[in-house]
Design a protein around this ligand. Sequence first.
Ligand code: NDP
Length: 292
Amino acid sequence: MGAEIIDGKAFAARVRADVAGHVARLKSDHGLTPGLAVVLVGTDPASEVYVRNKGIQTREAGMNSYEHKLPAETAQADLLALIARLNADPAVHGILVQLPLPRHMDSDAIINAIDPAKDVDGFHILNVGLLGTGQRAMVPCTPLGCLMMLRDRLGDLSGLNAVVVGRSNIVGKPMAQLLLRESCTVTIAHSRTRDLADICRRADILVAAVGRPRMIPGDWIKPGARVIDVGINRIAEDGRNRLVGDVDFASAVEVAGAITPVPGGVGPMTIACLLANTLTACCRAAGLAEPE
Ligand code: NDP
C-alpha cells in the first residue's frame, strides 16, 4: 500500500488564499496594508529566485513588497543602516534578510539588528528564546509549514514519537521546539548521532532536514509514519538535473503513511508561512486580533 502524498503546493495555495482574504479585510476595515521588505545582498542565483518569488507572492496576497538589492561588497554598517531605516518605517511590518550573507558580514549581528516584532523569519534571538520558552514568538517559516501539514493530517500530535534529523537554527532546532510544544516526544539527530537508522525506525513523525540526497531509505521508516522531507538537493541523474529530498522517496512511499514529495512538499509552504507571519506582524503592530 502506498503512502498518501502530501500536496504542499495545494496546501500552500490555500494558506495564501486565506492570507489574501485577511489582507483584504484589513484594508477595507482598517485601511491597513501589510508590507514585507526583503533584503538581498549579492547575486547568489538561488537567492535571487527565492527573492523574486517572495515578491510575486507578496503582491498576489495584496501586500506591499519592498525589495532592496545591494551589491555583494556592501559594508556591514550600510546594511545595518538600512535595517535601522526599515525598523523605523511604519509601512514595513516584516523584514527578511536573505541568507546566506557574504562572508565579510556577521549574520548573527545582522539578524539580531532586526526589530524582533518585524522578524518574520523568526531567527532573532528574542524570537528563538520566546519559542523555546513556549511564549508568543515569530516562528521560522519552514518548520511552521511542516507543523501545519502535520496538524492537518494528524490533528492532535501529543504523545507521538517525533524524530528530527538535522539541528540547524533555521530548520532542525525550531522544528524540534514546535513538536515539543505539541507534546511530542522529540529526538534530535545530527551528524554525530549513533544508530540513526534505529532512531528513525521509532518515529511516528520523521522530519528530515539534512541536505544529503536520499540518505534516508524506506527501511529506516516505521510503517505508517508521517514523513516530512525538508531537504532540497540538486543532483545530476540520467543526464538531467533533478531536485531530490533527503528521503529516498521511491522506497519510503511504500512504507510511510504520508509523505511530502520534493519538489512540491515543504518548499511552497515556506513562502506561504512568510506571508502569514507578515500578516501576523501587521495585526500585532496595529493591536488587532491575530488571524487563527
Ligand atoms: P544545515 O547544513 O544548516 O544543517 C544540516 C544538518 O544535518 C546539521 O545539523 C547536520 O549535523 C545534519 N547532518 C549532516 N549530515 C548528517 C548525517 N549524515 N546524518 C545525520 N545528520 C546529518 O542545513 P539546513 O537545516 O539549513 O537545511 C537542511 C536541508 O533543508 C537542505 O537540503 C536545505 O536546502 C533544505 N531547506 C529547505 C527549505 C525549504 O523551504 N523547503 C528551507 C531551508 C532549508 P551537524 O549539526 O552535526 O553538522
